[in-house]
Design a protein around this ligand. Sequence first.
Ligand SMILES: Nc1ncnc2c1ncn2[C@@H]1O[C@H](COP(=O)(O)OP(=O)(O)OP(=O)(O)O)[C@@H](O)[C@H]1O
Ligand SMILES: [Mg+2]
Length: 140
Amino acid sequence: MEKVLTKTPEETEALGRRLGKNCHGGEVFLLVGELGAGKTYLTKGLARGLGIKSVITSPTFNIMKIYEGRRLNLCHVDAYRLQSSKDLLALGVREYLDSPTTVTVIEWADLVEDLNPRRATKIKFKNLIDGREIKIYQKK
Ligand SMILES: Nc1ncnc2c1ncn2[C@@H]1O[C@H](COP(=O)(O)OP(=O)(O)OP(=O)(O)O)[C@@H](O)[C@H]1O
Ligand SMILES: [Mg+2]
């Protein structure tokens, strides 16, 4: 487990950038934390780290968005409005989870816990008065 304290959204983005740079494809990031915890900021950085130039916006209403990068693609999911993983599977998320050229990031991953990707990195956010505590766990 790695614990990082970030004071600003830019620092959270920089953490995401570092995670993105270390990706080789097939990684799955499960983000857990309350509203405004910084999950989307981290994802924006992660996309930068993957070399994706497009602007990353919160997929709350679309649930899932795919961004194509020169090196790797990003599948960005926001499970906030979902009851279970069924809706996500119906959107074809499995194809992306299993793709060796895609990195998947799921915000509100605790709401679709039964997806159970084979190998994943869980990232837990905690809101502090003056920043965020971000814990990174390798699952399995
Ligand atoms: N250290 C920090 N890291 C990230 N965001 C921070 C930090 N400190 C303050 N903020 C603020 O918290 C908010 C984080 O927004 P963000 O959209 O990334 O959260 P989120 O976890 O994706 O929320 P949601 O659950 O609504 O999707 C922003 O308004 C940002 O300015
Ligand atoms: Mg968000």
